[in-house]
Design a protein around this ligand. Sequence first.
Ligand SMILES: N[C@H](CCC[C@H](N)C(=O)O)C(=O)O
Length: 277
Amino acid sequence: MRDAPTQGALPFMKMHGLGNDFVIIDSRGRKAVTSPALARALGDRHRGVGFDQLAEIRDGEGSDIVLDFWNSDGSRAGACGNATRCVAAHVLAETGASEMTIRTTRGLLRGVVDGGQVWINMGQPQRAWDEIPLAGDVDPLHLPLPGDPVGVGMGNPHCVFFVDDAGAVDLAKAGPAIETDPLFPQATNVEFAQVRGPGDIRMRVWERGTGITLACGSGACATLVAARLRGLTGPHVRMELDGGWMELDWRDDGVWMTGPTAHVFTASLTPDFLGAL
Ligand SMILES: N[C@H](CCC[C@H](N)C(=O)O)C(=O)O
């Protein structure tokens, strides 16, 4: 077998955090390459690579790195907790540092190695209706929708429902209608959370611009915030998602989260693929 041509090829990493999977392009030291067309083509699981989110690492701007996130429908994701964990784990392993800063459209995030695990501070939640954003001045703690959900922003919008049995929720049926409800002018990610104890939540997610995923880091943060504000849990929880467990801690300086990450492979996009965009 002959090797694929490498000249003009674009290297990328495939990583995942709890089965929330990412294509990560490292553009440090050169021009950024992501675009809606690249996100859609690469996100096609049949003709591209497939991912829940595409992330591009760029040179820092008053930070160690800048990170941009895209969904597979070509839209931008303002935050992606699990891709941030994956990239931080990669960069911290590369540099040997024990902490780093990451600039996203949300602001400056911090990644810290603690007890062999990478923790990310996703910042303080956005709790005002116009920051989430919602379409009008309603109480985010009790959104005017059936099921009495909570609206929370983590740099991207989330709508968190508390349910008796998260496993029984038909995500494909319930998710799309909420995602595009007019209450959310930029659409929303949708979480279904079952509080099993003051430090234990089971959560399943429908993501804006992507659909069902096995985990969502920003959604996990939003779920902890919603549960805490409703008085259902303390500030520190373990959360079981379809892809596994995360640990979250809402501290004075923001919502911190940690969990496993994996680098699956590194490969290159061919000039043919890139030329057809
Ligand atoms: N999987 C990501 C969130 C993607 C959110 C994206 N679907 C949007 O806001 O448009 C996470 O781990 O936080």
